[in-house]
Design a protein around this ligand. Sequence first.
Ligand SMILES: [Zn+2]
Length: 300
Amino acid sequence: MEERLLKVLACPACRSGLEKKGQELVCASCRKGYPVNADGQAILLTGPRLEDLEESAEAIRQKSSLHQFYRRHQQSRLLNTVRKIIRPLTSGILFVYLRRSESALKTLFPGAGAEKVVIDVGAGNNPIHPDAFTLDLYQESGADIIARIENLPFADNSLDGLVSCGVIEHLKNPWKTAEEMKRVVKPGGYIYAEIPLLQGIHYNPFDEQRFTPDGLETLFQPLITVEKGVASGPGSALAHLLPIWLAMILSFRSKILYEMLFLFFSWITFPIKYTDFFLLNHPEIHRAPFGVYYFGRKQS
Ligand SMILES: [Zn+2]
């Protein structure tokens, strides 16, 4: 574990500093030990067991037929190979054309030797930038730190930056969690958040919130807004909604037919997302954002 990361870590139970002792991080105050597993992941969890959480998450996943469909096919080796080949062609997600805040990326990741500590929460092993550390709830995600976003294992005012992309919509209590995110960022540090707006409900395993750029600004008050706006536009929204609409119209209430048609029409309609390349500069872009972002600084 990198020294600069160890410096900002704090016990999730009592917020005191942690010391590395063998394969464990031990709290200097309450002496609670947290394992570092063979992959180098620090497991900084308190409260209910992760297995219990997984069970309830699984129950909710079952409610989503789409999720069931993907889960079934995740086990198919052939489909995984096909996915690997098509992924670079469709920039990861089939229907989204994404333009992140350049000023946020430049500020948070100024380049080699910067030694900043920026944490990408809910990123799995796919951070917004290679210089970011990752935090996630599930060990299978491959993140550097396994912890709850509602109880971040960092000292007060310790991080240079915190990034959250596609996470806030899954929160039960975004207001409380935003307070926690603001707590761990140091004065003069930054929070960058992206969230879908005109996207259908995606159980992953929960989907409970949507925010506009102004809503995110209110959520992260009293941070000073550096930038807020639209990260993906109506092209992405249409490429997302059209296959759903077409599959619904033509599937006559058959779930299986719906899934097949949805996949088929997704492939037909995904190029519509590229119209966002031009539309993101349109003065009326705020009328139909597929996704929005907020970039703010904590008062120094
Ligand atoms: Zn402690």
